[in-house]
Design a protein around this ligand. Sequence first.
Ligand code: LMR
Length: 397
Amino acid sequence: LFSAVQLAPRDPILGLNEQFAADTHPAKANLGVGVYFDDSGKLPLLQCVQAAEQALMSKQAPRGYLPIDGLAAYDSAVKALVFGAQAPAVQDGRVATVQTLGGTGALKIGADFLRQLTPSAKVLVSNPSWDNHKALFSRAGFEVAAYRYYDAARRGVDFEGMLADLNAAAAGDIVVLHACCHNPTGYDLSAAQWDQVIAAVKAKGLTAFLDMAYQGFGQGLAEDGAVIGKFAAAGLSFFVSTSFSKSFSLYGERVGALSVVCESKDEAARVLSQLKLTIRTNYSNPPTHGAAVVSAVLNTPEWRALWEKELGEMRTRIKAMRQALADGLKAAGVTQDMSFIVNQVGMFSYSGLSKEQMQRLRSEFGVYGTDSGRLCVAALNSRNIDHVCQAIAAVMK
Ligand code: LMR
């Protein structure tokens, strides 16, 4: 049966964790996967999460099945966070939201639903994008193509190219957009550029799928989520995937959500029924713990304020590490202008290093980033920064 099964390639991001774990370099640093570590190199357990967990534990609640679409209080808290509780689409009941297995689960449920709905549509992802976007939509049965995004020469967004590619897309095509903190480049669109993208999506009849895995890691929760309000205000039907892996430091709990903005309440009810069917035939219903924690925090003003404070601290520390990396590289003898590191936003820096340089970083210095040159700045700290700077300087010589 399995004699013809081929060995699948290692995942370009998560596969690095296995290699890192086996590495014996004394100063090894894992800047591969997008995970935030604190200044002592530890994965934080947020205080707001601890408070909610203590309260949940004291109740000793039994663990029945959740509804197929998840915890109702969680789904409504997600709607309020992503769209605003008073947003017309929410007030009118035009948003269908389901709890999912992280942001990836939201993308997959959305992809499977779209594949049933518009099987011949093409999916467009940014060039470059999170590696799993292409893989996930391809495995869901779609043809996946790219729209221009990164301009290496200008160290920014090739906006003219992006717009031209969106304008050349066929009606009904699905365009995957990073709502904030573009992964892997760290370059986001300006508000004015978003307006132009929205106009193109509308004029060409494209379906926007906004991936929002890093809300709160760019400028702030409201600022990073502002693009969602723009799409809603344009009267578009669109998809939003949410992840709380990073913003709540709840990676392993797989807490995410898929929201679909529809034209009417009736349409949203029909869409919701299809999303539930998709979930039921994949994994039946979602797990309880992570969503119970996130819902408790988002729905309790005191814990919500604590979460925003802790998220703000993570954001500030990442920014400080960007500056430390740019300064450290200079001090280590790098003569090229590395100020772009400070201008990028989110967890990553797209360093411009080649695949060969990234491989040397791993094999000679135990410094892990992806082959594409992406480095997770959120994993830098005052102890590993010097070694990382020396290593990068050495491979740049
Ligand atoms: C990343 O890009 O590193 C994160 O989104 C984690 C993942 O699942 O790839």
